[in-house]
Write a protein that binds this ligand. Structure first.
Ligand code: IVH
Length: 679
């Protein structure tokens, strides 16, 4: 029996070592060596054996990270070696002064420093006895912290059992617990979905998660740990020689024990190298997976550290060189609503100017109505604003304790603040949009650029730059103004020769003869793309009938649901849009209409309901023409071949779609074959 138990014991040890190793590769090295499925299999195997032999479960088993019952309060832990803080430097001159003090204190000309990122998380201390994680504590006041062992055990990058041959009899590791930016975003998304508290930044999220009395909650929070030093260590005398003369040796030793350490650490000499490191990490800051609030410079030789000693509560041998804060507190003076190029209404907080992230901010986005409501930002509030790198500055949260009396909730306007058209918010969308697409000054350029584009009115030569010039010079305000242009207006523009101007006017003239589908598409109605425009043209046959349609009627058109229908109704409900259309018709923009009742699109053709894929170059018609003809007769053209495809039309030099069609046994047509199907 004992033999059997011994065998199981050995097997357990082997699996636990393997799992520890996989955890190390996954959570510390970020370089997994087995698939998730293989890992899960191994983990389940361990769980099964432990279920069969519960007497063999040990606290440092990988299965034992979570499982303890919630606490009622944290107990206190006294730090044998106090956890001190660091002096701060903000300016280069302060760093130079620090280096001078260090050199003078040591009576040397230059000093070697270990340099590292300064993690923006929470300091913790982890105690290991004979390689087993025993207790973990917060920094607290530096002398006594809270016992958060159970929560720390849930952090997968913290080893419960040290690896390697140099296991110390006692080890106290110091480091920082934080939440990676990606995990923070996921957590807030999850919290938002559950209508629960949103965290202002990864640091607060990490703090909130670490202070949970129920370790099961902490376990769901994906916290990370990075070691930056040792509080106490007793290395076994029989262990092989470990060099521990420098801080960089200490870090290498921690790495050998499988603790995560910052990849970005370095050893440099002299103050100019410190400043260069600050710049280097500063430029990486936004791309790092975690928040940092500066860099830390530490005299590398431990004997020199000892010689320099401490002043009050901070070491003389180290300093934190801080980055400009990315968050600051300020007051909301007003809330404006801006209208973007696509008509989206964005509320923006006008701020009492504040220095944050290295620049002075005077405004910050509030995103949309839901975000304002969720954060309940009001005019007069004191708020926390955030600015990082290229990211748009935003209001993170309100400091409710400082809210003045008699503030009112902000209500999004129901009309566009730029043109006065109705602003609507479609189901499923977060933003309200101005419906004055054709005449709203905020949307002019975008609307005209779309209107003249190849698939819309196809006005050749009228590029984006030219449209911008026409709008900026107030020559054109709406697409209807294009049809009123004379040669002198164009030649008056920068870098436009008479010949080109004449060509553009000719292209504008030519565009007047169009199709109803192109015209509908050119209007730029939200959610109405080319295919929808074609469907509408086919169904209604006349613009007037389309303008008169209500949402119910619109939904009789194939593929049009309530959201698209509402966009169309909103667009035509705006009288200014109708006016612009009327002006264009008066200028001669026209198309063929079919009168009477809507075209019965249920008419069966050889093509109706069939799915086509086009590949290779067609010669008797362009691909677009082929597509239009197929769709005009009730067929559909898609981009990829699948089992649902009915026909693949093959021109010269077909692509892989042809091979796939052969593979799947789909009917292949050449151009003649397609013409034969089309009526
Ligand atoms: S060394 C004597 N290294 O900064 C203190 N601290 O202001 C030695 N911190 O509470 C600390 N990253 O939580 C050190 N690479 C790093 C650090 C770091 C972040 C925090 C630490 C400490 C605070 C000191």
């Amino acid at each position: 029996m004992n033999d059997k138990i011994n065998l199981v014991q050995q097997q357990l040890q082997k699996i636990r070592r393997q799992i520890d190793q996989h955890n190390y590769h996954y959570y510390v090295l970020d370089d997994p060596v087995v698939s998730d499925a293989q890992y899960d299999k191994l983990f389940r195997e361990l769980q099964q054996i432990e279920r069969d032999y519960p007497q063999l479960i040990i606290p440092e088993s990988p299965t034992q990270r979570v499982g303890a019952s919630p606490l009622t309060a944290f107990s206190q832990i006294t730090h044998v070696v106090p956890m001190l803080s660091l002096g701060n430097a903000f300016e280069d001159t302060e760093v130079e002064a620090f280096d001078r003090r260090v050199c003078e204190g040591l009576a040397v000309d230059n000093v070697e420093y270990a340099v590292e990122p300064k993690f923006d998380g929470l300091a913790v201390s982890l105690c290991y006895e004979n390689g087993i994680f025993k207790t973990g504590a917060t920094r607290g006041d530096g002398n006594t912290g809270e016992d958060i062992t159970l929560n720390l055990r849930t952090i997968k990058s913290i080893p419960l059992h040290l690896a390697g041959n140099n296991i110390p009899s006692l080890l106290e590791v110091r480091g920082e617990v934080l939440m990676l930016k990606a995990d923070f975003n996921l957590l807030n998304q999850r919290q938002r979905d559950k209508c629960e508290k949103i965290f202002a930044n990864p640091r607060n999220a990490a703090a909130g998660s670490l202070r949970q009395l129920d370790p099961a909650v902490t376990a769901t929070r994906n916290l990370a740990f990075f070691a930056y030093g040792i509080g106490r260590v007793n290395i076994n005398t029989d262990a092989e020689e470990i060099s521990m003369d420098k801080h960089s040796d200490v870090m290498a030793y921690l790495m050998s024990l499988h603790f995560p350490v910052a990849k970005e650490r370095k050893v440099v000499t002299g103050s100019q190298a410190l400043l260069a490191y600050y710049q280097e990490i500063g430029s990486l800051r936004d791309d790092l997976p975690y928040d940092i609030d500066g860099v830390v410079y530490k005299v590398n030789l431990l004997s020199q550290q000892e010689k320099l000693g401490f002043v009050s509560r901070a070491p003389r041998f180290a300093i934190a060189h801080k980055f400009p804060a990315q968050e600051a507190m300020t007051k909301v003076l007003d809330i404006d609503v801006q209208v973007g190029r696509t008509g989206a209404l964005t509320p923006v907080a006008r701020l009492d100017s504040v220095f944050v992230g290295g620049v002075t901010l005077t405004n910050a986005t509030l995103h949309n109505a839901d975000e304002i409501k969720r954060k309940d930002v009001r005019i007069g509030d004191t708020v926390i604003v955030h600015r990082a790198g290229d990211v748009i500055p935003e209001v993170v949260s309100v400091v409710l304790a400082q809210r003045p009396a008699q503030t009112k909730s902000f209500i999004m306007p129901t009309n566009c603040p730029v043109c006065g058209a109705k602003a609507v918010r479609l189901a499923g969308e977060a933003v309200s949009r101005c419906t004055g697409g054709l005449f709203c000054p905020a949307q002019q350029k975008q609307a005209i650029i779309h209107f003249v584009s190849r698939r819309a009115m196809d006005i050749e030569g009228l590029g984006d730059k030219l449209v911008e010039q026409l709008v900026d010079n107030a020559i054109v305000r709406t697409p209807a103004d294009l049809y009123k242009l004379g040669i002198s207006a164009l030649t008056g523009l920068e870098r436009l020769a008479e010949k080109s101007a004449a060509n553009i006017l000719a292209a504008i003239e030519k565009s007047k003869q169009t199709t109803l589908a192109r015209f509908i598409y050119a209007l730029g109605i939200r959610n109405v793309g080319e295919t929808t425009a074609k469907g509408l043209a086919l169904y209604y046959g006349s613009l007037d009938r389309l303008v008169a349609a209500d949402t119910e009627n619109l939904q009789l058109v194939p593929d049009i649901g309530p959201i698209v229908a509402q966009s169309i109704v909103d667009f035509f409900a705006e009288s200014h849009n109708r006016e612009v259309i009327e002006q264009m018709r008066l200028s001669g923009v026209c198309w063929q209409e079919h009168n009477g009742q809507p075209l019965p699109i249920t008419v069966e053709t050889a093509v109706s309901g069939k799915i086509f894929v086009l590949t290779g170059t067609l010669h008797t018609m362009s691909r677009e023409d082929a597509k239009a003809k197929i769709e005009g007769q009730g067929g559909k053209v898609t981009n990829s071949v699948s089992k649902k495809t009915n026909y693949v039309v093959v021109g010269t030099d077909p692509g892989s779609k042809y091979d796939k069609a052969l593979d799947l046994g789909i009917t292949i047509l050449d151009e003649d074959g397609l013409q034969g199907l089309l009526q």
